[in-house]
Design a binder for this molecule. Sequence first.
Ligand code: FMN
Length: 204
Amino acid sequence: MPMLLHIDSSPRTQSVSSRLAAAFVRRWQRRNPSGTVIHHNTALEKLPYIDEATIQAFYTPPTDLTAEQKHLLALSDQLVDELLAADVIVLGVPMWNLGIPASLKAWIDLVVRAGRTFAFTEHGVKSLLAAGKKVYVVSARGGAYPAGSPAKAFDQQEPYLRTILGFLGLSDIEFVYAENQSRDPEAAAEGEARAETEIEAFAA
Ligand SMILES: Cc1cc2nc3c(=O)[nH]c(=O)nc-3n(C[C@H](O)[C@H](O)[C@H](O)COP(=O)(O)O)c2cc1C
């Protein structure tokens, strides 16, 4: 049974990235009627930032973990298990100050874990995720950062997400942009409609 992991990160009820990610999920469910979907909204769930005790627990061998440390790791373990089990991952991402929201970074800090999602080896870092997972990133932004334009250099979302997801072995990534969301209503609607058309064209 295929599994889709759906992570939103906008707190807004009228979130464009969440609306588009939901459209992707509905389409995937039509094509995978027996599939399951796990959904989180990192902003609404207020994922915690990792603290010193959690970092210590991350680097404690599993057999040495105290009951308290196991408790501290429970959320991270759950999120890691979901990522390991997922066949397809869709991230709904608002652009905030050129990057990703802090709550999505909190999710990343909880799932990028030595010994669980990656390992240090004598040949360097190795992903512990199964091969073949596909990632879709649906990003809404107030402006436009078209590929090949000088503005693209301001887009810190795509390079960061490609690098950190690539670190986990997730290199098959499609980005969809709903641009111009802070411009006039026509430009915003056109930006969202264009993103919707791209989502409809995906094979997933
Ligand atoms: C705190 C904050 C920071 C933002 N920073 C940027 C930015 O750096 N560049 C940009 O193009 N739009 C920026 N915007 C506009 C949002 O990207 C836009 O409203 C988008 O639709 C948000 O995604 P959402 O609709 O899924 O919440 C910002 C909005 C907020 C609330």
